[in-house]
Design a protein around this ligand. Structure first.
Ligand code: AOF
Ligand code: ZN
Length: 376
């Protein structure tokens, strides 16, 4: 008889990571977390965190394992929590269930946890192994980790360009440069984001709804887990009237303004879905983007997606607070009078802004290029 192969810690952690990924579109402001419980080389429990306020991944997995959890090994993609939040500490639950060993992928950067979860387990006599598939686990929660460490959300800018680097005709017309598959991919980007930011110019030109349309995403998840990202509209000059499409779609809106006494948007305010955010004064008289991002992080927003025109996108890039560019490139030429990708008046080679390729793939008939700022 063949002896079954003893699976490695990485094998089981990879399973836990796949479970965590199921929470990609639903856990915010909480992180995406998965857990499997293994005994005698057999999976006896599994779970993933679905929604803030609901049970953590470990609790689901322990429930499934029942009494078998005694002397078993638990694989968790994030350090088990040690605090009483909306739910009681998972470190206590693992110890109470008699688990013998815990393998963790990464530490919880939440200052309420920050190593105390692992310490609690060790104090309870449980063997703890850390940093198993750490990079993969951290990649799943870049937004949560950054918010906890720096008080800023993870900022992605999505742009769609032609082969010659243009984003719209001189008139502003841009529908459509990329194909339906790329646009579906953008829906998925929105769906995983906590907030989507746009500017008044884009609203006036494109009249977008800025919503997630579940049927268009191709994402399969239970109905109750769907949520809409907060729609943030930067309207420093108060150019919007309130008759634009996005104000008439249900879902929360944050209007970032410089002078709230001049706000004319009434309808959404009457519907109770509009909040005003007044920017602190800046020298340029424009909305203070770093302050806006700090505010969003303080409200629990892990990942924000900027979907705007060439001016606002450039202002975000210049702020130095962009973590990722997601650039959809269509195989079409829009010509030299069409609009540039970013309005960045750079003059010398010393001023160039270099990026690093993170990922390149085809989405339908377009390319999706993902880049991150070059680290010095
Ligand atoms: C875990 N397992 O599955 C998750 C954890 O308000 P609560 O009780 O949901 O706590 C939220 C915090 O718990 C969150 O900020 C993060 O530090 C941790 N999330 N921890 O052990 C999980 N989702
Ligand atoms: Zn927990």
């Amino acid at each position: 008889m063949n002896t079954p192969i003893e699976h490695s810690d990485e094998y089981w952690m990879a399973k836990a990571l796949r479970l965590a990924e199921r929470g990609l579109y639903s856990t915010s402001p909480n992180p995406r977390v998965g857990c499997v419980i293994v005994k005698d080389n057999r999976l006896i429990g599994e779970g993933w965190h679905q929604q803030a306020g609901g049970p953590h991944a470990e609790v689901h997995a322990l429930r499934m394992a029942g009494d078998q959890a005694q002397h078993a090994t638990a694989y968790v993609t994030l350090e088990p929590c040690s605090h009483f939040g909306r739910t009681p500490p998972c470190a206590n639950a693992l110890a109470a269930a008699g688990v013998a060993r815990v393998v963790g992928a990464c530490r919880d950067p939440n200052p309420q946890v920050g190593g105390r979860g692992f310490q609690h387990l060790r104090d309870a006599g449980i063997e703890v192994t850390e940093s198993c598939l750490q990079a993969q686990a951290e990649a799943l929660n870049t937004g949560f980790i950054q918010r906890m460490r720096s008080g800023l959300p993870w900022v992605s800018i999505k742009l769609a360009q032609s082969l010659d680097g243009r984003t719209a005709m001189a008139s502003g017309a841009s529908q459509w440069i990329t194909g339906p598959d790329a646009r579906r991919d953008v829906q998925r980007l929105r769906a995983r984001s906590c907030a989507v930011i746009t500017g008044a110019s884009s609203v006036l030109i494109d009249n977008p709804s800025m919503t997630v349309r579940p049927a268009e995403t191709g994402i399969e998840q239970p109905e109750h887990l769907w949520r809409q990202p907060l729609r943030v509209v930067i309207d420093g000059q108060q150019r919007l009237s309130g008759n634009e499409k996005l104000f008439n779609q249900s879902g929360d809106i944050l209007l970032a303004v410089t002078d709230p006494t001049r706000v004319t948007v009434q309808r959404a305010a009457e519907l109770g879905q509009l909040t005003l955010w007044q920017s602190p004064p800046t020298r340029s008289g424009k909305v203070d983007l770093p302050a806006l991002l700090q505010f969003l992080a303080a409200q629990g927003h892990n990942e924000v997606l900027v979907e705007s025109g060439a001016h606002l996108a450039a202002a975000f890039v210049e702020s130095g607070l962009v973590n990722e560019l997601v650039l959809y490139c269509a195989p079409t030429l829009l010509g030299s009078s069409a609009r540039p990708l970013l309005v960045l008046p750079l003059e010398s080679m010393q001023q160039q802004m270099r990026w690093q390729w993170q990922d390149i793939r085809m989405i339908g008939n377009d390319l999706r290029l993902t880049l991150r700022p070059e680290q010095d």
